[in-house]
Ligand binder design. Structure first.
Ligand code: N01
Length: 526
């Protein structure tokens, strides 16, 4: 470790435990060893940190590659960035915010909320900002993780990855894109130095990001060309500012906000019935989407181009009141012919048409089933998680992987949602990790490792239960991996996941006793 002790180290360094052997105590009071290391300070990593603090655990560090908390809500700053899950649901249950300004908070407001959570719960001293994890290797003899960062090496008994499922931008491999002379940037890395005002702008992609960007840049650009590969389902956004009276009511009568959260939760859970194929729910959703399109787009040609041709819910259902009108504006064009190549000055579509543009916005999504951070975790046998998984990922309860002891993935395989707030899933995972920490301590174990058969059974269950759902109904979505398996979505009600993660199920794990350096053979301590 290269960095010196900081105030944060002093604050976060636990007292030596007298029952431990001398060298172990020294290790534990060092600036670089912690009981727990958490990667990331977004909703996942920050929430985990707060739950540890609430349990009185101070022996941990959060390694955050950015200079501020917030994760995806710090990085996605594109015009119009706003959550599509209502804020009373898209927030921590242990940190309600009576001050939300509206039903669906905007990105700056969510970022402020997360900053406030970090301050209010005293998490900041535990966070190492500008610290990017380059590799994390399990050391079987020392029974800890060795985490290499750009700011030196840390060790930790337990590693929790809150890397964020939607944190690695995916850029399309469109031929010639590197030749383009104008500005090109991804929705998740918006170039605020570059003004699009008065320009001819191409937007590639029509997912959740694009449908927010398009109406926000359409009024200022000279010409907007949206390249659509698949027409999404779009339904109305029932969004409104919260009145001062409502905010006061939430502040003075917190149960009212809890009730609102419950209402939102139950409504969203009802959608699972549709996602599992209930035609009454699906039919109603399709009717709403179709009426929305037909009410907002009068041009029959544009309308047909925008009509979705896959089962509703197979891809994320988008909510917007201004996307269709923006596309119908006189300076906007929807191109569906498919991109052939990019040149220095524009884009050729497959029908041979050339679209001259000044800038290109890539609203092309994220690497979800092949997140690059998985190449940086090395388990017991020295192989990376990417190598361990091959083309398809799996984890027990979306959280633990065999051969990667004392390692926990937040928003791991099959914990994603198409219908409700991911924060609810994260909070379930926090309790599971806390249970695992208790089990390690109670058993005086050095490590725990999930049994391969537990992962196989869970994975088989997920795949079976996904059959017949809308998520597996044949469209190409980011829920599916290279093998066409849906390794992203939790196929049921979220309360079921909560129930299954409430208690740490020790039977699914093998425990190794804590390594004792004194009684161990001499070679083991070398
Ligand atoms: O990404 P996406 P996103 N040529 O993967 C197209 C969350 N989120 O950033 O549909 C041409 O959904 C691709 O086309 P197709 C939310 O969970 C939330 O928009 O694959 N097009 C698609 O249209 C969301 O689901 C919020 O045929 C190409 C688009 O790019 C997730 O993030 C806001 C292409 C990518 O859509 C991802 O959303 C934003 C190519 N080569 C995001 N490659 C809110 O809460 C890709 N596309 C509001």
């Amino acid at each position: 470790m290269t960095s010196a002790l900081s105030t944060a180290d002093l604050l976060a360094t636990p007292p030596a435990q007298s029952s431990r052997r001398g060298h172990e105590a020294a290790l534990r009071t060092s600036a670089t060893h912690r009981r727990v290391a958490i990667i990331g300070a977004g909703f996942g990593g920050l929430g985990m940190a707060v739950r540890l603090l609430q349990r009185g655990e101070r022996d941990f560090v959060v390694l955050e590659k950015g200079s501020e908390v917030g994760g995806t809500w710090r990085d996605n700053t594109y015009p119009g960035c706003q959550c599509d899950v209502a804020s009373n649901m898209y927030s921590f249950s242990f940190a309600p915010n009576p001050n939300w300004s509206r039903t669906y908070a905007t990105q700056p407001e969510i970022l402020e909320y997360l900053k406030g959570v970090a301050d209010r719960f005293g998490a900041r001293p535990f966070i190492r900002f500008d610290t990017e994890v380059r590799a994390a290797r399990w050391d079987e003899r020392a029974q800890h993780w060795v985490v290499e960062t750009n700011r030196g090496t840390f060790t930790a008994d337990v590693l929790v990855s809150g890397h964020g499922g939607l944190s690695a931008p995916s850029t399309p491999d469109v031929p010639g894109i590197e030749r383009f002379r104008g500005a090109v940037f991804h929705s998740a890395a918006w170039n605020h130095e570059h003004s699009l005002a008065g320009e001819r702008v191409a937007v590639i992609g029509t997912g959740a990001s694009a449908i927010q960007i398009v109406p926000n840049i359409q009024p200022v650009v000279k010409e907007l060309i949206v390249f659509q590969r698949t027409a999404p389902w779009v339904v109305p956004r029932l969004d409104a500012p919260f009145s001062a009276a409502k905010r006061s009511a939430f502040r003075f009568f917190p149960f009212l906000q809890k009730l609102d959260r419950l209402r939102l939760y139950l409504f969203r859970e009802l959608l699972v019935l549709g996602m599992r194929g209930d035609e009454r729910v699906l039919g109603a959703m399709k009717k709403v989407g179709t009426m929305h399109l037909e009410a907002q787009v009068t041009d029959p040609v544009l309308r047909e181009k925008l009509r979705p041709k896959f089962e509703i819910g197979c891809k994320r259902v988008l909510i917007s009141n201004d996307y269709y009108p923006a596309l119908a504006a006189s300076n906007a064009k929807l191109v569906t012919e498919g991109i052939r190549e990019v040149t220095e000055t524009g884009i050729f579509t497959k029908d041979g048409t050339f679209h001259e543009v000044d800038s290109i916005v890539l609203a092309t999504g994220f690497k979800v089933t092949n997140h690059p951070i998985m190449e940086r975790f090395f388990g017991k046998d020295g192989r990376s998680l990417t190598e361990h998984w091959g083309e398809t990922m799996s984890a027990y309860l979306g959280t633990t992987v065999p051969g990667f002891p004392n390692f926990f993935l937040l928003t791991g395989p099959n914990t994603g949602l198409g219908h409700n707030s991911i924060v609810y899933m994260l909070e379930s995972q926090f309790e599971y990790v806390l249970g695992a920490l208790d089990a390690l301590r109670d058993r005086r174990a050095g490590s725990l490792d999930v049994k391969p058969e537990a992962v196989r059974a869970f994975d088989a269950e997920m795949q079976e239960r996904l059959q017949g759902t809308v998520w597996n109904s044949g469209c190409a979505s980011w829920y599916l991996d290279a093998k066409g398996r849906n390794t992203t979505v939790w196929p049921s009600f979220t309360w079921e996941f909560r129930k299954r993660t409430r208690h740490f199920d020790e039977g699914a794990y093998t425990f190794a006793p804590r390594f004792d350096p004194v009684s161990a053979p001499a070679h083991a301590t070398a």
